[in-house]
Design a protein around this ligand. Sequence first.
Ligand code: ATP
Ligand code: MG
Length: 358
Amino acid sequence: MREYKIAVIPGDGIGNEVMDEGIKVLNLFAELKGDIKFTYEYFPWGCEYYLKTGKMMDDNGLDILKGFDSILLGAVGYPTVPDHISLHGLLIKIRQGFNQCVNLRPIKLLPGAPCPLKDKAPEDIDFVVIRENVEGEYSGVGGIRFADKPEEIAIQTSVFTRKNTEKVMKYAYDLAEKRNKKKKLTSTTKSNALNYSMVFWDKVFGEIGKQYPEVETESIHVDAISMFFIQKPQNYDVVVASNLFGDIITDLGAALQGGLGFAASGNLNIEKEFPSMFEPVHGSAPDIAGKGLANPIAMIWTAKMMLDDLLEDPKAEEIINAITDVLVEGKSLTPDLGGKATTQQVGDAICHKLKARL
Ligand code: ATP
Ligand code: MG
């Protein structure tokens, strides 16, 4: 029996509700597999914790989390807590503190999920975006000069280190090689306008590519790729992008796969020196929180990504198939998908299908 210790941060709002469903599916998977076990420790961190204690997480939070095999996060956010506090006090602290330099975002349209492009079928939308997750445009370097004067200047500097850029590129090439789709890696750039950072990005993309002769490569400007995601999403297999560009194009990707209810992500420490963190892309959605209206699919998909990272067991794919079964059947869907089922009922329906498959 192999045991995995998971740190669970349900967070705020619907984070709590969807987390229960993610854990339910993980436990069922472990039970059906028979030779693994998950143990969970819950941490009450997030915006509600901040309102009580003045802190998003405990000061020794990273020290505590270090001892776990993985971290599962629901969502953080609260209407009266500014986004930069929730982001920097918890998410960015963990991402940067644990050097989770890759943000992994599968963009896959499941049969039965609502795609805004009426001429596209599920097989047309199946790619992965690798977003650089710790530096680039979000490095936090810069400042304000001549504050509140007519000559005021705001400066925001992008920082791309060779070490980190190479690491992210290598991860992306490796994935393109092993994913077994088109063996194609697309780099998102803007080197026509960003003459230092993106010219460097392109250079490293080319250099690392020499080690992967089997991977077809292309480099596309971020504006153009935004258009092509809509016009010909079937062209993509693995896409690598900087922090800012990746942030933007993955939201576009979320729309292609049916919306926030389907968007799952992983923040990976690829050296495995520290735990990785898995979280659905959506926020705490205060408008629907506490009512059982949240779609748990993104969270369940996120839990499946955590399984992939921990076990590399092809059986985990049955979780995605079980989600598809529920979508295609169309009987247990949350209101965002036009149904009347509760968060819990959707989780139960997915478990029921998973049992039949494993
Ligand atoms: P936060 O401040 O935590 O980012 P938010 O108000 O920005 O929260 P998001 O979760 O980012 O909310 O999503 C925006 C809207 O999309 C929500 O208000 C909600 O109506 C809808 N939404 C998001 N996630 C889900 C979900 N899992 N199921 C159903 N609807 C969702
Ligand atoms: Mg938000």
